[in-house]
Ligand binder design. Sequence first.
Ligand code: TRH
Length: 377
Amino acid sequence: MKVSWDIFCNVVDNFGDIGVTWRLARQLAAEYPFAVRLWVDDLQPFVRLCPGAQVDAAQQWQEGVSVCHWAKDWQPVEAADVVIEAFACRLPPAYIEAMTQRSRPPLWLNLDYLSAEEWVTGCHGLPSLQSNRLQKFFFFPGFRPTTGGLLREAGLLDQRHAFQQDKAAQHAFLQGLGVEPAEDARLISLFAYENAGLASWLEVLAGQSPPTHLLVPEGRILGDLQRWLGVDSLQAGAVATRGALTVQVLPFVRQEAYDHLLWSCDFNAVRGEDSFVRAQWAGRPMLWHIYEQDDDAHWAKLDAFLELYVKGLSPAAGEALSDVWRAWNAGKDMGQCWLTLLQHWPEVTEHAEQWCLEQALQVDLAAALVQFYRNWL
Ligand code: TRH
């Protein structure tokens, strides 16, 4: 009998919760002899990442994963050998009951959000005893060897390298999205939350050579883009040029195709958690719009990541990159700091690849989970 894994995903907002759990479920099913079920309480965002999936199915098979709707009126099922609650979502009480009824209780893990903060290393893997005598372990993804690592499918970097060396494949991919950049254009992708600093960035890009071709998947930043362009609405396919800047709105693409978009670009603005990690595997310089938290806790997370990331850069380049990231996250003027960053472009570009290779030396998150399970047995 295959070892069974249940992954529970409560979609709080946006695409990150389902983005991470769907990616993990797929990898576990593809690379290990496991039976993987993914429980999702809202299938709408799932269908955006996996077009072709059904939005109203109680259960469906997608890429070797049994994707189940986590309905409010929970129907009893047998608990799996390994149970992952993503981002501290609350499991159905009847499911917890089913866990206690197994002859051997399952391995129960809370998969936490990604953070580069130092305290994470002290909490990763710690158990916490529950009232029903089950034990739950905290599992933290991260950038240091003492954490659970990052999601990275087998062969990902080889695929990325091959694609980035294959001009024809890149051209065909971009053409499929209707993108035909000028020969000398710098390609930038932009996936971000609403941002008051956008206008100042676009302004500086419009006034500069080489030209920039900015690719913007449909999403929350479109309102700011519309205001800057002075148009009432923007849909996928829209193209507008202001000075040296061409802006093009793209459809939201399936998760695998989004990787190709990141691999095709010279610079990627990303957000949240999963796109942030994917931009790192793209080996290209990036800009992170972190998910804002009520108590401003995200600033500590941003600084913790920057501290690690700029270590391999010269002080001037590190400062230039940090200034751009801080300005972007504060919604402040991007003009001057962007120009300063451009002075360090070759260095930050080389560093992005270096960072990617260093991170790839660590065990990936799925492998770390499997190892944790084997050690626990
Ligand atoms: O969507 P996000 O902002 O998600 C989140 C959530 O807000 C979550 O609650 C929060 O806690 C977390 O951030 C930190 O950003 P993220 O994590 O990058 O998820 C986006 C997903 O969408 C990712 O899997 C990539 C995918 N994607 C596509 O599949 N196609 C696309 O065209 C684009 C732009 C993204």
